[in-house]
Design a protein around this ligand. Structure first.
Ligand SMILES: Cc1cc2nc3c(=O)[nH]c(=O)nc-3n(C[C@H](O)[C@H](O)[C@H](O)COP(=O)(O)OP(=O)(O)OC[C@H]3O[C@@H](n4cnc5c(N)ncnc54)[C@H](O)[C@@H]3O)c2cc1C
Length: 407
């Protein structure tokens, strides 16, 4: 007899752990998380872990806001701090186009009830010593933003879930989704067949491979994200705001005594998920090793905001795949014609920030049949019939990341 669960979650990254905790919090009986590596060890542990709460549109912002709401709850359940740096975010625009586009950020913040402040160039320069804000630049500050250690955050969800009775099995690989008469009934794994009323696919960059087995091509592709961390300098303050520079485009935050900065645009190679190694530590982006192409294309623009970059050394380079969709929206919910099966992926480079809302949304879909969060824009089926492994599709998803200018 195979073991039976109420819910099996495939993947113990931050999405899987957050869904598990949210289900357990609502009192779901037997929840099992299957992770072939270690909890939080793949995309999650590579994140720059910037947390925003106003981005895109109200439905997306609500997902981010939920994360800010659940973080104190987890801290209370575990009786320990998550180490969130609530330093705010500063958005500095130079071109007329980008200055005007900050109006949309102001309007969205007002719509979703978040505070936003217009800062003078002097105030921005005083707050961030290394930042060269010109008299003509426009700066917006949003207090509810910051960063966290993503690995600690994911393992905190996992520990809080476990304390509520969730079972986590690591070193177990899911080979196949069991599919009978239009319904996913469980998984075939390296630990044998396991059955469940619901299977939730939280397999991150690999989620599309499993999903294609039941005829549901997920509208995303794993696309490289990357950032650098400079050597330590006394000008870099770990409590500086997270800074977004849409003209470059770049984002930065403090990291220990150095500056972490991510550059967008330029080369954003996408991968066929079937060709990804099971351990991202073995993944190489041979098209542009260590992101030199991006660095040389965007480095000059970034130096105009951060002249120190001309003289400071780079200490670390981090890259990994984030799952990008062509419209920049997540993939959350059911696939048409497949019962007992839900998907949570398509993070578009912001899965740490979205984790609280993703957990809530998926647990509500399972328990209530619908979510109090507006998920209409996140349907896995929204692009219709696609071949998510074709080169054309991979290029489309890569282009979304290359064009991403804000959070
Ligand atoms: C360089 C970089 C910078 C980033 N910066 C940020 C940021 O600043 N802010 C932010 O919010 N997000 C950021 N992200 C994105 C963030 O890392 C992701 O959104 C998030 O980690 C997605 O979590 P996940 O659980 O979907 O995926 P993962 O963490 O990859 O978890 C999926 C898990 O599923 C497991 N798995 C897969 N297939 C199977 C199988 N068949 N059987 C069993 N287990 C399986 C994997 O081993 C893995 O552990 C960044 C990402 C990168 C790469």
């Amino acid at each position: 007899m195979s073991e039976r669960f109420d819910v099996i979650i495939v993947g113990g990254g931050i999405f899987g752990c957050s869904v598990a905790w949210s289900l357990a919090r609502r009192g779901v009986g037997r929840v099992l998380v299957l992770e072939r590596a270690e909890v939080g060890s793949q995309s999650t542990s590579r994140a720059a872990s910037v947390l925003t709460c106003v981005a895109g549109h109200p439905a997306k912002s609500a997902i981010f806001q939920e994360t800010w709401d659940v973080m104190p709850v987890i801290e209370e359940e575990l009786g320990e701090p998550l180490g969130v740096h609530e330093v705010g975010s500063l958005h500095v625009a130079r071109s007329e186009v980008n200055k005007s586009s900050l109006d949309a950020q102001v309007a969205l913040a007002a719509e979703v009830g978040e505070v936003v402040e217009e800062w003078s160039p002097e105030r921005a320069r005083e707050r961030v010593r290394w930042l060269d804000v010109g008299e003509g630049d426009r700066s917006l500050f949003l207090p509810r933003a910051g960063y966290v250690d993503s690995y600690l955050f994911a393992t905190a969800y996992a520990r809080a879930a476990r304390a509520r009775g969730v079972e986590l099995r690591t070193g177990v690989e899911v080979h196949e989704l069991c599919f009978e008469e239009g319904r996913v009934t469980g998984v075939m794994s390296s630990a044998g067949e396991l059955r469940a009323d619901w299977v939730v696919n939280c397999a991150g960059p690999w989620a599309g491979v499993l999903s294609a087995q039941v005829g549901c091509h997920l509208p995303m592709a794993p696309v490289r994200s990357q950032y650098w961390i400079t050597e330590e300098r006394e000008e870099f303050d770990p409590e500086q705001p997270v800074i977004f520079l849409p003209d470059v485009p770049a984002y930065t935050r403090g990291e220990v005594g150095g500056l972490l900065f991510g550059l967008r645009g330029g080369a954003s190679p996408a991968r066929d998920p079937r060709a990804l190694p099971a351990d991202l530590g073995a993944l190489e982006f041979s098209e542009d090793p260590e992101g030199w192409e991006t660095l040389s294309a965007a480095g000059e623009g970034f130096s105009s905001f951060c002249p120190l970059l001309e003289t400071v050394g780079l200490a670390h380079y981090v890259s990994g795949p984030s799952t990008y969709t062509p419209d920049g929206d997540f993939i959350l919910g059911a696939c048409e014609g497949v019962d007992g099966y839900l998907v949570a992926t398509g993070c578009c480079g912001s899965g740490i920030a979205a984790s609280g809302g993703v957990g809530r949304a998926l647990s509500e879909l399972i328990l209530d049949g619908e979510s109090g969060l507006d998920l209409a824009r996140f349907s896995p089926d929204r692009f219709g019939d696609i071949d998510a492994f074709s080169q054309e599709w991979l290029d489309r998803c890569a282009a979304t990341r290359a064009a991403k200018s804000v959070c």
